[in-house]
Design a binder for this molecule. Structure first.
Ligand code: BT5
Length: 255
């Protein structure tokens, strides 16, 4: 595994004591924050990179990370309980949704459970939360200029550029960090309900047919009816009542 990036290109103080370190290349911004914890365990330390050589998704999947896109991770000294970590992935999605509404107002962004953002049904962003001792690392990838071509990713993908939004990754990073800081503060004082509502208001496929593929390989077919107070997907299964899905991948029935 690569060790560190090729030097800091930016080391910038942000409001609220947060700080942004920008690197030209790194294996994974999540991994870089883990390494930095030994010498710099500050809350709000954010690392972005122009390229990731080993960007990752959930369960060891690869996150394609060529130049031009945004790869950003932030450390939150949260106390890494399962429930906090699950809730934070929705808080981060809402923050990114708000940042995109500001940076690219004409594109309509929807949320896909558990932690993707879609434009026109195609994935423009993925969020990966990892725990590191008592901290949570929030890793966010946004396809600013490039997306995997059709057939290459498990789910159709798009980029902001392909959707007609000219946004610079550095500008989006700053807008995102500003929204993330404000959302995390609101979540810490006001709790999850307002984020659950904000997420549901822009959720893809609410009330529609869905297939949830669980880690065991089991597929749950039903109707996506809710997000519960813990961030679980609630699926109404014909003849079998409601199932809470805590982890898995979601596919929408063809409309
Ligand atoms: C995710 O995983 O969507 C979370 C991705 C998180 C990436 C960020 S970048 C900054 C930080 N540092 C890291 O190393 N990671 C985080 P998941 O839901 O498991 O989706 C992964 C799947 O999405 C892959 O298996 C592909 O099918 C597809 N994929 C890969 N690269 C993609 C891309 N750039 N755009 C759209 N889909 C992609």
């Amino acid at each position: 595994m690569t060790t560190a990036g090729h030097g800091d290109t930016v080391n910038e103080a942000l409001p609220g004591g947060w700080r942004l370190v920008a690197l030209s290349e790194v294996d994974s911004t999540n991994e870089e924050l883990r390494r930095r914890a030994a010498t710099d365990p500050t809350e709000g330390l954010a690392v972005m990179a122009s390229v990731q050589t080993a960007g990752r998704g959930r369960r060891g999947r690869v996150w394609e990370s060529p130049p031009g896109n945004l790869y950003l991770s932030v450390r939150l000294n949260q106390g890494a309980t399962l429930s906090d970590t699950a809730q934070l992935s929705f808080v981060a999605a809402v923050a990114l949704g708000d940042a995109l509404a500001e940076a690219a107002p004409h594109v309509a962004v929807r949320f896909k459970w558990p932690n993707d953002l879609l434009i026109g049904g195609a994935k423009v962003s993925g969020i990966l939360l990892e725990t590191d001792g008592a901290a949570v690392i929030v890793g966010i990838g946004v396809n600013v200029a490039w997306a995997p071509p059709a057939g290459q990713a498990a789910y159709p993908a798009t980029s902001l550029k392909a959707e007609g939004a000219a946004v610079a990754a550095q500008d989006l990073a700053r807008a995102l960090l500003r929204h993330l800081q404000s959302c995390v503060t609101q979540w810490r004082t006001g709790g999850f309900p307002m984020f659950r509502e904000a997420w549901l208001a822009r959720a893809q496929g609410l009330g529609q047919g869905v297939v949830a593929r669980l880690q065991s390989g089991e597929e749950v077919h039903g109707r996506f009816v809710d997000l519960d107070a813990d961030g679980a997907l609630v699926v109404d299964v014909a003849g079998a009542g409601r199932r809470r899905i805590l982890a898995g991948d979601v596919f929408f029935a063809a409309s």
